[in-house]
Write a protein that binds this ligand. Structure first.
Ligand code: SF4
Length: 145
């Protein structure tokens, strides 16, 4: 199956804010819903499927959704969610920490921390600090927002 242009562009999703990952996720990693990843500055890039899914979830058409909640990344390779003034994701609500679009959240968010290469993520993420380091966990082993 041919890759859509946006999917192709998003393959290196976090390249703009990454350096090589310095620590692998822990096998005992468990999200404690601290919200640190949602407050992390940097793009939340969207795949075509993310856009379709989130727009549908919000009852918006694609144009309306992209106008209201997204912007073109500086490298012009993809759309990313807007941020609040604080730098947090536009869909993040801090009290209590929650993602407004949790059921349909972007692929990049689902893949945190396993698909990310952000140096120092384990210092920011409260879930990472909870467990001993061990390699081999899959995404289905964790529960997050
Ligand atoms: S879409 Fe949801 S999970 Fe992803 S960064 Fe925004 S608030 Fe967090």
């Amino acid at each position: 199956m041919r890759e859509k242009p946006l999917q192709k562009a998003n393959r290196g999703m976090n390249d703009d804010k990454v350096s090589p990952r310095d620590t692998a996720p822990s096998a005992s990693f468990k999200c404690v819903r601290c919200g640190a990843c949602c407050e992390w500055k940097g793009y939340v890039r969207l795949t075509d499927d993310d856009v379709d899914r989130i727009a549908g979830f919000l009852g918006m058409d694609i144009v309306e959704f992209t106008d209201q909640y997204t912007r073109l990344t500086e490298d012009r390779r993809s759309l990313a969610l807007l941020e609040k003034e604080s730098g947090a994701c536009v869909f993040y609500e801090p009290d209590p920490p929650q993602c407004v679009v949790n059921e349909v959240k972007p692929t990049q968010c689902v893949e945190f921390p396993f698909g990310w290469r952000n140096a120092g993520w384990e210092k920011v993420c409260a879930g990472a600090r909870n467990g001993a380091r061990k390699i081999g966990l899959t995404q289905s082993d964790r529960e997050c927002f």
